[in-house]
Ligand binder design. Sequence first.
Ligand code: PHE
Length: 350
Amino acid sequence: MIEKINQLSKLAHEAIEKASSTDALYEVKVKYLGKQGLLSTVLKDLGKLSPDERKTVGLHANNAKAELEEQIDTKTKSLKTLEQNQKLQSEKIDVSLPGLAPKPGSIHPINKVMNEMCSIFSRLGFSVRTGPHIENAFYNFDALNIPADHPSRDLQDTFYVDDGIDHEPGKFSPWVLRTHTSPVQTRTMLTEKPPLRIISPGGVYRSDSDTSHSPHFHQIEGLLIDKNVSLSDLKGVLGFFAKEFFGSDIKVRLRPSYFPFVEPGAELDASCPLCKGKGCSMCKHTGWIELAGCGMVHPEVFKAVGIEYPTWNGFAFGMGIERMAVVKYGVSHIGLFSENDLRFLENFKI
Ligand code: PHE
């Protein structure tokens, strides 16, 4: 039996020597020293020996076990250190490498232009009002003297949200995505008393899209109601705005035009800020660019909102914010503003 124990110890010592990981070492331990291990199996027959032999063999077996356990402990310690070092090596981080700079966000060019426009008008005493994007046709069309058969009511231009039939019996007043910011004029005149001096920036929707039109764009509306307001006041306000926004060398002119809610109606042109009026592709070689639709508030509008005319009168204007940004920054097409391509947006960082 002693012979067998010696044989097994020899094999076990060799196996411990060979084990190259803590896991492998554990397996060796179980194989030789475990409850069902090889040494225990040999010692099962210990009971069959004489008491003297049992003592000698038992002592010998215990010594052999103790030696093996000690060898395993020492080896476990050295393997653990080795494995830990390997792990540290593989997870090494080079703290001296330069870090990745976080990309800070920036204000979108449309918001930037919108804020700038609002701040210019606020210096002239205009304050901001807002209105809903889903708007009733009453505010978007009727109260603005846009007759029921006006082409801008056609499905091509207007996104209808519903047909309006069930809202008020006998009254057809559908909900639409507002096609301009002018309904905020109507809402303000219905809820506030003149004198009024308001601007209203925000999104508007029209069902047309090509390289120069997007179905969703932004406008800024202006409305001034007071006593004895004249067309030259309008030209003065918009001229001040154009000079502040584009530069002091900008000239403006009013060109007769038609909008149902103003009379007389006009288009405000500014001398092209890019070519300084000489003619370029931005101004289609005319030297002038259209900036705003505007005019004196129509008596029918005052009637619809219950403001006494001509005791009170006033002017209104509406400008496209994308258009302002295109002209100011020489952007090639308005689609760039909604694509959110960082290579484009990063040009507008403050
Ligand atoms: N609402 C008009 C448009 O969208 C612009 C406008 C506003 C014209 C106010 C005159 C007065 O084109």
